[in-house]
Design a protein around this ligand. Sequence first.
Ligand code: NAD
Ligand code: MG
Length: 328
Amino acid sequence: MKMYSEADVDATCLTDRQVTILGYGSQGRAHALNLKDSGFNVVMGLRRDGASWAQAEADGLTVMEPGEAVKNAAIVAFLTPDMVQKSLYGAVVDNIPEGATLLFAHGFAVHFKQIEPRSDLDVVLIAPKGPGGLVRRQYEEGHGVPCLVAVHQDATGNALKLALAYASGIGGARAGVIETTFAEETETDLFGEQAVLCGGATELIVAGFETLVEAGYQPEVAYYEVMHELKLIVDLLHEGGLRKMHKFISDTAAYGDMVSGPRVVDENSRKQMKAVLEDIQDGTFARNWIAENEAGMPEFRRLMKADLEHPIEKVGAELRGRMDWLEE
Ligand code: NAD
Ligand code: MG
């Protein structure tokens, strides 16, 4: 494993040069404000009729339309949703200066060849391992969120140097920047969110809730057990791994964890995890997701509706309404 820190950064490669950021959502806003506070020359490329134009201006940033914003860029960061990066690249590519760097926070568009960058451009990845809000907050507190760095195309010979300067500007080098490839970042990121973080975790919660309610227990009690208390466990894992969790839960909980966990996540679950990974690796998932977007997202909306109409959402909203210390 190769990890870079502040000592490996030469931020002078971006002195007096422009960093253009396309998109002002979760990552875009955090990167833009952190880079500006780090002394970089930041220009936002946003749609004039979009909601974020006024917000970016109110935040003190220079804002132009994407086609204008890229004209003098040393780095163009694509921080829009993955599915709009292809059309956005097509709209601005002719205005991107020769030898500039394209930067991504997730490798999807490049890895799955939605974007096939001009050969004179450097193409890099700086992927913070956390949402934009955290990237901003950690930076303001003098820390940083760790990042991954990858180089897809090194036309100028300076791709890595520029990527690390950018990572330093958003605070990432304070926490460490691990070298990876576009393939590894894209495939592991998709797998993590599908099998464990979002898909796996929510399916586990909902299945646990249904099991208890079907067995005649009160939905309110089930909600506390399988959804509410998950945060306490995740915080322990996040801060200190399995060891810290085991230190803070009861011996009864630890014994139950070790004998029953493998009965739930069993050989079949592992087989399915592998199948999910294979769909990611061979491009099946990407093809389906791109086709779903092109069709106007009918299946996405149907599945989302089913998720949000699940009984756990109703009981959860009621109970959370009584805990005014929770942030919605
Ligand atoms: P987001 O959905 O929060 O924000 C997207 C922004 O892009 C919008 O606010 C808008 O300003 C702009 N935008 C939307 N549609 C557009 C269009 N058609 N044309 C031009 N601009 C448009 O996105 P995000 O979650 O910040 O994701 C940005 C990138 O960062 C993605 O590649 C994502 O995979 C990656 N990433 C996200 C996270 C995360 O936690 N959110 C973490 C790591 C990497
Ligand atoms: Mg789910």
